[in-house]
Design a protein around this ligand. Structure first.
Ligand SMILES: NC(=O)c1ccc[n+]([C@@H]2O[C@H](COP(=O)([O-])OP(=O)(O)OC[C@H]3O[C@@H](n4cnc5c(N)ncnc54)[C@H](OP(=O)(O)O)[C@@H]3O)[C@@H](O)[C@H]2O)c1
Length: 441
């Protein structure tokens, strides 16, 4: 006789509803694949009386909904708990309680994983249960399982990814429609791609959580979001996109980690990358992650990084893994406090740089304000910075601006040069770093 595995859901919003719908619609297929019936036993919500848009039977829903977490956490029949509530608390406490009660836990919560991945995976190991989090990075794009299983025999050397669909949509819109950042953000909000408070997405906080999770897994150590230099896209202008576009580059919000022995270079920042980099052609709300492993070489994973359908696919893959593992725990702990990697300071790293400069001395006449190309070139050379491009352009307010692309240069040297330029009343309007990896080429 086929056995039944009972599942408790913590949360029934976008991801929870999508996952329960597929569990119901694909019941026969899943029973065959798992060799057990997967049955939703209870679903925790905040507000039981809220109206819910779903094709699920309303009687089924009202029978399953509860606003008491203990109905799931203390229910001895429930073997798998799926946490899709979001935010740190009470999600973290509920997950710990479920693990201690001997239940497998599946979660999509990148905020909790990025901060507490080490504690939760250790707790799961000590309690002999599975703790799975495929949906916490890049929604429907499978990348956690490949890192944990398919690439387990590799040394990961590089991870480079478009990890946030909202910012990728905004940058694509700015590039294709020659729109300013605020116009593109407004459109993203109208289409439901950006929250009314878009800070987490546009300032890179969402992307850095995902990069911290992957970097921890790639190094078997604990890398926290606050260890990683993070810069958002709100300072990118259409002039930056145009100039770099004219010279064969695209700007993407990239999360990049490069691992060299025990040294790690990691950052989330708007980054210009050549058009032949596979990540350059990823547009709109898509996510894409490029991983370089040894011996495998470069691999690219691309798909929808958010949304009901895509994310439920990742959550389901974890439910299936937990159900198939049954009483066997998943022994691999992606995190460890014991392995030591040095995360390099930004100043210790090197990149290509794009610099946009303007003369800022208000006492100068317009003629005097014209920035002197050769003087600036000499100053940059003096700091060991060689140039690929140096162009003069008039801005809309009549001022002359210098647009520069450097060869590979040390961050510290560039910062010193910027400081010397300021002493000569030349202001930095913008600085964008170039692709730090070999980009699959
Ligand atoms: N949405 C995506 O595309 C996506 C993609 C990848 C990962 N994720 C992650 O998946 C998780 C869920 O996201 P979501 O978009 O599905 O969230 P959501 O639509 O806001 O749904 C949250 C659900 O949790 C319930 N809930 C929240 N706080 C609660 C509390 N204190 N007690 C009881 N129930 C509570 C809510 O109840 P009510 O229904 O009563 O309000 C709701 O059902 C988050 O960690 C998110 O980062 C989401």
């Amino acid at each position: 006789m086929t056995s039944t595995i009972k599942i408790g859901f913590l949360g029934f919003g976008t991801v929870g509803t999508g996952t329960v719908e597929v569990l119901t619609e694909n019941k026969d297929l899943l029973t065959e694949r798992v060799n057990a019936v997967l049955e939703v036993e209870k679903i925790l919500v905040k507000n039981k009386t809220k109206s819910r848009t779903t094709q699920l039977n309303q009687n089924f829903i009202s029978d399953k909904l509860t606003d008491d977490p203990e109905e799931i956490l203390r229910n001895q029949d429930i073997q798998i708990v799926v946490e899709v509530m979001g935010t740190e608390e009470p999600a973290l406490s509920y997950m710990k309680k479920a693990i201690k009660a001997g239940k497998h836990v599946v979660t999509a919560n990148k905020e909790v994983i990025a901060k507490h991945g080490e504690d939760l995976t250790s707790l799961a190991k000590n309690n002999g249960v599975n703790f799975l989090y495929e949906a916490s990075v890049a929604g429907g794009v499978p990348v956690i399982r490949p890192l944990k299983a398919c690439l387990a025999g590799n040394t990961v050397k590089e991870i480079s990814g478009i990890l946030n669909g909202t910012t990728n949509y905004i940058l694509t819109e700015m590039e294709e429609k020659e729109a300013e950042f605020n116009e593109a953000l407004k459109k993203a909000q109208e289409l439901g791609y950006a929250e009314s408070d878009p800070t987490d997405d546009v300032e890179g906080f969402d992307a850095v959580r995902k990069l911290a999770i992957m970097t921890s897994m790639a190094t078997n150590s604990t890398v926290l979001p606050e260890d990683i230099y993070t810069e958002g896209i709100s300072g990118v202008t259409k002039e930056d996109l145009q100039f770099l576009g004219d010279h064969g580059y695209k700007i993407k919000l990239l999360g990049q980690t490069k691992i060299n022995g025990t040294e790690v270079e990691s950052r989330v920042a708007p980054t210009f990358l050549p058009c032949d980099n596979p990540l350059s052609s990823v547009s709109g709300v898509y996510n894409s992650i490029l991983i370089k492993g040894e011996p495998v070489g470069y691999l690219t994973f691309t798909g929808e990084g958010a949304g009901k359908e895509a994310t439920s696919s990742a959550v389901l893959s974890d439910i299936i893994e937990a159900a198939r593992n049954g009483k066997h725990s998943n022994n691999f702990n992606g995190w460890s406090k014991n392995n030591f990697y040095k995360i390099l300071d930004k100043e210790e790293t090197s990149s290509l740089f794009y610099l946009r400069l303007v003369s800022s001395n208000p006492s100068q006449t317009e003629q005097e304000q014209k920035v002197n190309k050769s003087e600036i070139q000499n100053l940059l050379n003096h700091h060991g910075i060689e140039l690929q491009q140096l162009d003069k352009k008039s801005s809309s307010n009549g001022k002359q601006e210098l647009f520069i692309i450097t060869e590979l240069a040390k961050e510290q040297n560039v910062q010193n040069a910027i400081s010397d330029l300021q002493d000569k009343s030349v202001e930095l309007i913008n600085i964008i770093r170039g692709d730090n990896s070999n980009g699959g080429r």
